[in-house]
Design a protein around this ligand. Structure first.
Ligand code: KIV
Length: 271
């Protein structure tokens, strides 16, 4: 009989070895116990408790409204479920931009109260001091460059980032800064594939892409997109593996119909 303690955990070192061995890293977002359990059982390498919870769980238009307390609640549920994968938790907007002490305190809350393994935050040089301070306290940090949704009001649009040379150069610079600051990995969101390749070849740490092409070291998708729960969202980078919106709607309609027609419950479905 196997116990949880016999399961070999994915760690930041595992991800580093995967890059060295050219083994691609799989990452999905998760926000609750039941889904995290399925993803972990399926063998996912990393679960990201993304601040996209603000969109897909809470129904906000952007990631900005979600709070640190709410992120910790989601993270606690995921941590209770996942026994094998590495669990990374997003630092929400407003929990780290003020100064490095605020950033450190927020990261400590996530680690202590949720039992997460690492945190992720958005930005480059402007958050380097915070990253160093968080890492000096023993907390692994994943960076996030390219389309950084917490800055959506600065960008004004969700279109592909760093298509122009100046922004691409800045992104390359920031990737170097994140590596030098001690990040164990970087997420690159919605940038040209050629730039994703350049970053992945330039830095020694794993680069995980979402809309950053095929040459990076791993891929991440938001679970609701991957499972086809979200609708009216079809960026080129998204591959849907199920069409759960329609399946769940059909199942719900059948349940309603069975109740109304008195077909459910039948003789065998009662005490
Ligand atoms: O919050 C999130 O889901 C993310 C992914 C898009 C990487 O940051």
């Amino acid at each position: 009989m196997s116990t949880h303690s016999e399961i070999k955990r994915v760690t930041t070192n595992t991800l580093q070895s995967m890059k060295q061995n050219s083994e691609k890293i799989s990452m999905l977002t998760a926000y609750d116990y039941s889904m995290a359990r399925i993803f972990d059982d399926a063998g996912i390498d990393v679960l990201l408790v993304g601040d996209s919870a603000s969109n897909v769980m809470a129904g906000h238009e952007t990631t900005l409204p979600i709070t640190l307390d709410q992120m910790i609640y989601h993270a606690q549920s995921v941590v209770r479920a996942a026994k094998r994968c590495l669990i990374v938790v997003d630092m929400p907007f407003g929990s780290y931009q003020g100064n490095s002490k605020e950033a450190l305190n927020s990261s400590i809350r996530i680690m202590k109260e949720a039992g997460a393994h690492a945190i992720k935050l958005e930005g480059g040089e402007e958050v380097a001091d915070s990253i160093k301070r968080i890492i000096s306290a023993g907390v692994p940090v994943m960076g996030h460059l390219g389309l950084t949704p917490q800055s959506i009001y600065k960008f004004g649009t969700y279109t592909v980032r760093a298509k122009e040379e100046e922004e691409a150069e800045m992104l390359l610079h920031n990737a170097r800064v994140l590596e030098e600051s001690g990040c164990f990995a970087i997420v690159l969101e919605k940038i040209p594939a050629a730039l994703g390749k350049e970053v992945a070849e330039m830095v020694k740490i794993p680069v995980i892409g979402i809309g950053a092409g095929m040459h990076v070291d791993g891929q991440v998708l938001v679970m609701h997109d991957m499972l086809g729960i979200t609708r009216n969202f079809s960026p080129r980078f998204l591959r849907r593996y199920l069409n759960l919106y329609d399946d769940i709607k059909d199942a719900t309609a059948r349940f309603i119909s069975d109740v109304k027609s008195k077909d459910f419950p039948n003789e065998k479905e009662q005490y």
